[in-house]
Ligand binder design. Structure first.
Ligand code: FMN
Length: 440
């Protein structure tokens, strides 16, 4: 295994309604401002003050806009527009947004992400998803099969990266004497012809100041890992269990190496939901308070729908019998969640709380110091290169993470005191992509 990095990478999952389901019902949540800029800019500036690598916006374009009563992930913030606005309000923090390869075209996407990259001075990242729902909005009678979605995504990535590399680094010469702004011999057509896309290129934009925008990927199924290990700079993953996270980390890095890439250049960042109090008892109280906000009726509906569980005839405090668990699950995250549910023999109520808290991600209840120690154990135990930390409630959870948890990590030497570079690539400690280096 490669040398361990000294410092963690930290990004934050920006869910302005709060990551814990129904936490927006808490007093002081600013929920009235959901969808508007000032609120999310305040949260992003907090993350920047804490020197986090990046804020990350997920996106789901489902036809069920209210997501069965759970608004937190409903796409109120369209990633490209909100990242563009945040580029103007911030100066250092990375800006990562989700766009689906199933519902978009690579030429447009290449321009949009590179546009955010330029507008932010090299701070953009793209979270590549293939989407598991939303076909009703794009004229598709049903969702394409996951294998087909990932096949399209592989080709999509080939096109986007070729477009981003279609200008040589020194193509812009801005030569007033000759009247040539760019050297045309340094712009290259890509002439891509494949199963899904035909794209001539070159792109109509100059190259990224960070080489290329950062690529993030989150699928943990076989095809998801194949895509991520081929292209991604960062991997998001739901890993609630240390031993399994270590196994995932080791195996993932091996796959990256088997593709001729440097494993140290692919950062694996599991999600973590820290529920923090000034004392351990206060953290427990906060967890209870958050759980008490959950709408149990919707929670039950979501459990049944998200994990294909039939709960008919069962009371909230009944344990779910093993035979009710479906054999075939839609996503790797569902598998992780269901495995935990089975192992811990949870009741329906406990399952709803578990899902509301972490949606399959790890969570930790404790003081800022205890959470920091937990993170360091994972980091030193080769389970991750850092974390994507999810504020359980907003704005309070984000303030605690940035002003209490991050300083604990800094004091222990596990997180930077200040930004050392200006681009997201530099924050993540990543080299220029090989394709770019070859051209320099
Ligand atoms: C931290 C994290 C963030 C994700 N964000 C999104 C998202 O914004 N939109 C989306 O459609 N899927 C998102 N996903 C889901 C993944 O892209 C992927 O579809 C999911 O993990 C199922 O694929 P798999 O079976 O390959 O794991 C996210 C997953 C993780 C772990």
């Amino acid at each position: 295994m490669d040398r361990r990095p000294e410092k963690m990478n930290l990004t934050t999952f920006m869910l302005p309604a709060g990551y814990h389901k129904d936490s927006w019902r808490l007093e002081g949540s600013r929920v009235e401002e959901l969808g508007f800029l000032d609120f999310v800019a305040d949260m992003t500036l907090l993350a920047e003050e804490a020197k986090l690598d990046a804020v990350f916006f997920g996106d789901i374009v489902t036809a069920d806009t209210l997501l069965r009563g759970d608004v937190k992930m409903n796409g109120l913030y369209e990633p490209i527009s909100v990242l563009s606005a945040l580029a103007a309000r911030t100066s250092r923090i990375g800006l990562i947004g989700t766009v689906s390869t199933t519902f978009s075209e690579p030429y447009n996407l290449a321009r949009q992400i590179l546009g955010v990259d330029h507008m932010s001075g090299g701070r953009a990242g793209w979270n590549i998803v293939t989407s598991s729902r939303g076909n009703q909005n794009f004229g598709l009678p049903e969702m394409p099969d996951p294998v087909d979605r990932y096949r399209r995504a592989q080709e999509y990535l080939e096109v986007v990266t070729k477009l981003w590399d279609s200008w040589e680094r020194d193509a812009v010469i801005a030569d007033r004497a000759t009247g040539r702004w760019a050297d045309a011999s340094k712009l290259h057509r890509i002439d891509h012809q494949g199963e899904f896309f035909t794209v001539q290129g070159p792109l109509n934009m100059r190259p990224s100041v960070q080489g290329r925008p950062i690529l993030v990927q989150a699928g943990s199924s076989g095809p998801g890992i194949d895509l991520g290990s081929s292209f991604a700079d960062c991997i998001y993953t739901a890993q609630p269990d240390l031993a399994r996270a270590q196994e995932y980390y080791r195996e993932y890095k091996e796959i990256v190496a088997s593709k001729g890439r440097n494993p140290a250049q692919v950062k694996i960042l599991p999600g973590l939901v820290p529920i923090i109090g000034d004392t351990h008892a206060e953290a427990e109280e906060l967890a209870e308070l958050l759980a008490s906000q959950i709408d149990m009726d919707y929670g039950r509906i979501q459990l049944e729908a998200d994990h294909k569980l039939d709960l008919t005839g069962l009371e909230l405090d009944d344990r779910v019998p093993a035979e009710r668990f479906p054999e075939k699950l839609a996503t790797s995250r569902s598998k992780i969640f269901m495995r935990k549910a089975l192992e811990e023999r949870m009741t329906i109520r406990e399952l709803i709380v578990e899902s509301a808290r972490g949606t399959g991600h790890g969570w930790f209840i404790g003081t800022a110091s205890e959470v920091a120690e937990h993170m360091i154990t994972w980091f030193n135990g080769a389970a991750c290169d850092g974390f994507n930390i999810n504020a359980p409630h907003m704005p309070g959870g984000m303030e605690t993470m940035c002003r209490k948890l991050v300083p604990e990590l800094q004091e222990r030497g596990y997180f930077r005191e200040d930004y050392e570079g200006t681009t997201l690539r530099e924050h993540l400690g990543l080299d220029q992509p090989a394709s770019v280096l070859e051209r320099v």
